[in-house]
Design a protein around this ligand. Structure first.
Ligand code: BGC
Length: 255
């Protein structure tokens, strides 16, 4: 049994809890602090450090980031401060927290948690997890192996970045009914399905709690579509679980 602190950096909040990585259970209540604005590297590292101190944590930590992270270095920052681009997030968080830290994309972390402990448990073949929140995040698995940093939220639909049309934020900003938003999601999912043909699509992010409002409205997809099982905790659990793979020097996570 390994205990790892999972930390999930989102657009509105930064959440953390210690996780038993054998069972995927949180071993203490999670704590949440507001994401600083602007969400610069120093400001975010400061909040992450406060959470580490709140748990008196001295062991390893896994941290999610809402952008592409390759070799610990942030490559894109669509929904956080652009000064993150080029920053070695592992070094930044290790310097601030004095802990051994692993960093991975937020949707990849949620996907890892769902494949190991949630809706994708034991499912082989091609599985795609999509998170609908401020943006659209994606995590692609083939026989339980993660293909990191896929970024399918930025596919172009009707000349626009897909997440600008079909994220949860877009639904709120354009005050869309569930029916018209589901139409946009349907169009997006059909497009993604035509490219990847997953056997299973898992819908994660904040919207997964409201799955009954829009999943029945989706039509014409070949893949089975299910809501995420771990909902809000998926990022924390996946971040913690990925630490073992990173420590072992693996380039990706095999659930
Ligand atoms: C980012 C992804 C992230 C997703 C969800 C997108 O805008 O490009 O890296 O996974 O938002 O936060």
């Amino acid at each position: 049994m390994a205990h790892v602190l999972g930390i999930d950096i989102g657009g509105t909040g930064i959440k953390a809890a210690p996780v038993d990585t054998t069972t995927g259970q949180l071993t203490a209540d999670r704590q949440k602090l507001s994401t600083p604005h602007p969400a610069t590297p120093d400001a975010v590292a400061e909040v992450v450090t406060q959470l580490v101190q709140a748990f008196d944590w001295t062991g390893p930590a896994g941290v999610t980031f809402p952008g592409v992270v390759a070799g610990g270095v942030v490559q894109t920052a669509a929904n956080v401060d652009h000064s993150w681009i080029g920053v070695d997030a592992v070094k930044a968080f290790e310097a601030a927290t004095k802990l051994a830290v692993t960093v991975l994309n937020d949707a990849d972390a949620a996907g890892v948690a769902e494949m190991r402990f949630g809706a994708g448990r034991g499912i082989g073949g091609t599985v795609l997890l999509l998170t609908f929140g401020t943006g659209i995040g994606s995590a692609l698995f083939t026989d339980g192996v993660l293909v990191p940093n896929t970024e399918f939220g930025h596919i172009e639909i009707r000349g626009k970045d897909a997440e600008r049309r079909a994220s949860e934020l877009a639904r709120e900003e354009h005050d869309l009914s569930w029916g018209s938003w589901a139409g946009r999601v349907d169009e997006y999912l059909s497009h993604v399905e035509s490219l990847l043909s997953p056997g299973l699509i898992i819908i994660g992010g904040g919207i997964s709690r409201k799955a009954d409002k829009f999943l029945p409205l989706l039509t014409g997809l070949r893949a089975k579509i299910v809501p995420a099982g771990l909902q809000n905790d998926a990022g924390i659990v996946g971040a913690a679980f990925s630490v073992d793979a990173a420590t072992a020097g693996h380039a990706t996570v095999h659930v």
